[in-house]
Design a protein around this ligand. Sequence first.
Ligand code: ADP
Ligand code: MG
Length: 301
Amino acid sequence: MSINIQSVTKIYGEQKALDNVSFSINTGEIVGFLGPNGAGKSTMMKIITGYIPPTSGTVKVNDIDVIQQSLEVRKQVGYLPEHNPLYLDMYVKEYLTYVADIYKLHNKREQVDKMIELTGLTPEYKKVIGALSKGYRQRVGLAQALIHDPKVLILDEPTSGLDPNQIVEIRNLIKEVASEKTIMLSTHIMQEVKAICNRVVIIKNGVIIADNIPDNIGKVNTDNFIIEVEFADSISIDKLKAINGVVNVVEAKTNVWVIECSNDIRKDIFAFAVANNSSVLALQQKQNSLEEAFQELTKHG
Ligand code: ADP
Ligand code: MG
């Protein structure tokens, strides 16, 4: 169950929320989608789950186009939206049964009971949702996202607004259900990513600015150079990483790479382009936007 995001742009009126974003998530990955408020995280997740269309670009979940076959995609994807909208007047069990009905599950009762058990709702399932604490409401949100046993889970800030104990409980629950699933969860807390994820994608102002394993995030050295280069053709990431002095690379947009390097390799980039039968369309040394973003993110944590 892979997710493939190709050149996705989303414009709301005059606000560009996503700017030509491309990346893929492979089966079994737990990807933390990290970024400050307003970065475009929720917008990306609504597009992946087929709730809103992109202005341009394509998203495929397991090769199924989310615009053309949004119903098919929804069957395979569990989604916990931001702010977890729930029917506060409904009883927990009644609500989960209602969700199971929407998915036309044949083993409805069994699945509802299983979800109540799995998400630790057993002591609360007879209550109306409005009477539950924020932590238990979040469990109901996770139960509805998991009820049809989706192989892909999209969780938008699953621990936001919870107290420290509830945060630990929800994180453990996510880790528990993670096996055999592909998960993307958004957060603006760096530590959350380190606790749950095996990969982190950082977005800022609608552009991906880093993509790495969590351990490497935050290790940006202020002495390093950040170079942004646009090639005329697609370039192999492994070849770029092999250039002497390169510390990390990320494809921010199609054929546009942000390269972190220990010394100024601009001349080497031109030579690299020639050696790979391509050419450089644009090249600039950037402010250390990674460092800036990390500072901002750590501040929130
Ligand atoms: P995040 O989830 O990272 O906080 P969002 O995806 O919610 O970011 O928002 C990205 C940008 O798009 C923000 O500038 C936000 O104000 C704007 N935006 C989000 N939804 C809408 C909307 N429905 N109409 C107009 N602007 C929106
Ligand atoms: Mg959001």
